[in-house]
Design a protein. Structure first.
Length: 418
């Protein structure tokens, strides 16, 4: 779905929510009530300027001013109150020789619009029709009996004023239908978005399965073959020199560990909901074994883990991040600076875990080796996820330094899967 369509969905949703909640700007609502009440006041002097007419008009205006703000919550009640008040005012004024402006029926039109717009019950709508018709009929009959003269008998005038009133109800009904259409459009848009998200999730899952299958076919097969060959050589260790037996032992251990971590990774790729690892994630307690394997592989490693507290009390995400940084740094040192001495320094200072790995320049010139650069990117992503800082770059003597600091008190809870 394009950005334009998403923007349209947002606008439809916003408008639908506003209409369904009966949203109206307060200024517009107050202005409508003011116009409805002011029009009769402006036209009354031309109809009857007497004091009695003004007092009668003001009484109806007060009732309308109190009732109209409630029309969205009590549309039927407001309509019946207004029509009864207006009929009583007109009939009472005719009996006293007072004529009111026909514009006093504007408030009745607004109330009838609200009935069409907010009243969803057809039974209550029929109550409006029957109740309003009964009140008007009774008012016209009383007017014929009590009017002081023929000019105050307004049966034809009243019919002419009330005849267009159904249009106000029809307009309100059209507004309610429009709101219903907006709500239906919003539901359809939500269904489309939900279906699109489902398709994206399915496509992502299929891609994860494909990647897991390729990794299993290529990497897992090679690792298994490596471990099998190493174990075969170990079985014939008596025929090999001592240095070769040590190298083969380290090779077999590294292959088994890599195979276990690869299986955990493949499980995550195949199904994120089943991402619990089969083996515990490595931490600071596993660093001595990692350094020993590097020494067995021929790397000169000087390691110092200066953690005073129990390493098990430190956050697991921070421990895993430090382990991966040391692991990747040792791998880079063997690849780019063979024969160089590596110094690993892990310390806890002022609520921060500090990890520094520095290798010297290679013992002898080596051919340039170009890597993918993903190792440093992975380090930086892990450190950033924990709110730490990573610096990596060459040293003055031609070596390479990796320095990471992790705030132990600010490790986010969602970083456990780093």
């Amino acid at each position: 779905m394009t950005a334009l369509n998403l923007a349209r969905v947002g606008r439809v949703t916003e408008y639908s929510n506003r209409w369904r909640s009966g949203w109206r700007p307060r200024g517009v609502d107050a202005g409508l009530v003011a116009l409805t009440l002011c029009a009769p006041l402006l036209m009354q002097p031309s109809a009857d300027p007497s004091a009695r007419a003004w007092w009668l008009l003001l009484g109806t205006e007060v009732v309308a001013a109190v009732a109209l703000p409630l029309r969205s919550k009590l549309p039927v009640t407001v309509f019946l109150v207004l029509i009864a008040t207006l009929v009583a005012a007109v009939v009472g004024g005719a009996a006293a020789g007072v004529k009111l402006s026909p514009l006093i029926f504007l408030s009745l039109a607004v109330a009838l619009y609200s009935v069409g717009s907010y009243c969803t019950s057809w039974a209550r709508s029929w109550l409006v029709v029957l109740g309003g018709g009964a009140v008007v009929t009774a008012g016209m009959w009383i007017n014929q009996l009590t009017a002081v003269s023929a000019q105050y008998r307004g049966s034809s005038d009243v019919i002419a004023v009330l005849a267009p009133m159904p249009l106000a109800w029809a307009t309100g009904f059209a507004a309610r239908t429009h709101r219903a259409n907006l709500a239906a459009a919003e539901r359809r848009m939500e269904d489309v978005l939900r279906e699109q998200r489902l398709r994206e999730q399915q496509a992502a899952q299929q891609e994860r399965v494909r990647i897991a299958r390729e990794m299993h076919d290529v990497v897992a097969h090679s690792l298994t073959l490596l471990v099998v060959q190493a174990e075969t050589l170990r079985a014939r260790g008596g025929e090999l020199p001592a240095w070769a037996r040590t190298q083969i032992d380290g090779l077999a251990v590294a292959g088994r560990q890599a195979g276990g971590e690869l299986r955990d990774l493949l499980r995550v790729l195949r199904g994120p909901e089943d991402a619990a690892p089969l083996a515990p994630m490595p931490g600071l307690r596993d660093l001595p074994e990692l350094l020993d394997r590097s020494r067995a592989a021929g790397t000169q490693v000087d390691g110092r883990i200066g953690i005073e507290a129990d390493t098990g009390a430190l956050p697991r995400p921070a421990q895993l991040t430090v382990y991966r940084i040391v692991q990747e740094s040792l791998t880079n040192a063997r690849r780019h600076s063979p024969g160089a001495r590596v110094r690993v320094d892990i310390a806890e200072d002022a609520g921060q875990l500090r990890c520094e790995v520095v290798n010297s320049r290679p013992a002898e010139p080596v051919a340039a080796s170009w890597g993918t650069g993903l190792g440093l990117v992975s380090m930086r992503e892990r450190v950033d996820a924990l709110g730490g800082e990573l610096r990596a770059g060459p040293t003055d003597d031609g070596g390479f330094q990796v320095l990471a600091t992790l705030p132990l008190s600010m490790v986010p809870l969602d970083a456990a899967g780093v």
